[in-house]
Design a protein around this ligand. Structure first.
Ligand SMILES: Cc1cc2nc3c(=O)[nH]c(=O)nc-3n(C[C@H](O)[C@H](O)[C@H](O)COP(=O)(O)O)c2cc1C
Length: 202
């Protein structure tokens, strides 16, 4: 029997752990999108991984915010709040976080008064893929001060940096490397165990 998950005082389905996965790439043939899709079929039993997209999130503009939070941002916020955990699947640009991905998180943190509801104590995990040899090590590290600023938790029990991504996925974007597949499976199992063992945000 899994521990009951509480959110906002309401009891959720305690038998299913729900993760929301977000890829930080808009590219159709994105390796990070492919990694996230692979993760959806490698989840442990009694856990689901829903894929969310950053497509449609506008560029952050304080003048736009003053008119109201865009619906695409509000929808993503509510999807995060409804999930037990959030998996960031991050590309790396110039040894840092791609602007489009950071832009999304910046929007999600607005208005500041609502940021705690979205991020406070929420349990994040980070993976990523790149065609180079270091597999997003720098961008994964660059997320840490951002998530700390937002008051989120980050699961550090596993690491997955998929390097040489062109050899790891086939032309259709399917994961073809059995070693990476096993590492991804183990990462997801560890993250789900962590989510089940630790309290959800109040
Ligand atoms: C502006 C830019 C900067 C990049 N900088 C890095 C980098 O610092 N490290 C790295 O491993 N790859 C870098 N790359 C290559 C990306 O990892 C590669 O384009 C990758 O395919 C992006 O992720 P995606 O396949 O999910 O779209 C860069 C790509 C772009 C467009």
């Amino acid at each position: 029997m899994l521990p009951a998950v509480q959110a906002g005082g309401a009891k959720k389905d305690c038998s299913m752990t729900k993760i929301l996965g977000i890829s930080g790439s808009l590219r159709r043939a994105s390796y990070n999108g492919a990694l996230l899709r692979a993760a959806t079929r490698l989840m442990p039993e009694d856990a689901t991984l829903e894929v969310a997209s950053i497509r449609g999130i506008p560029l952050y503009d304080g003048d736009v915010e003053a008119q109201g939070i865009p619906p695409s941002v509000s929808q993503l916020k509510e999807a995060i709040i409804a999930a037990d955990g959030v998996l960031l699947v991050t590309p790396e640009y110039n040894n840092g976080i791609p602007g489009v991905f950071k832009n999304t998180i910046d929007w999600l943190s607005r208005p500041a008064a609502d940021s705690r509801r979205v991020f406070g104590a929420r349990r994040f995990a980070i993976i990523g893929a790149s065609p180079g040899g270091f597999g997003t090590i720098m961008s994964q590290a660059a997320w840490l001060p951002v998530l700390r600023t937002l008051g989120a938790q980050v699961w550090f029990g596993g690491r997955l940096m998929v390097s040489r991504a062109a050899n790891v996925f086939d032309e259709s974007g399917a994961l073809k490397d059995p070693t990476v597949e096993e590492l991804l499976r183990q990462f997801l199992a560890g993250y789900v165990s962590f989510l089940r063992a630790t309290p959800a945000p109040p």
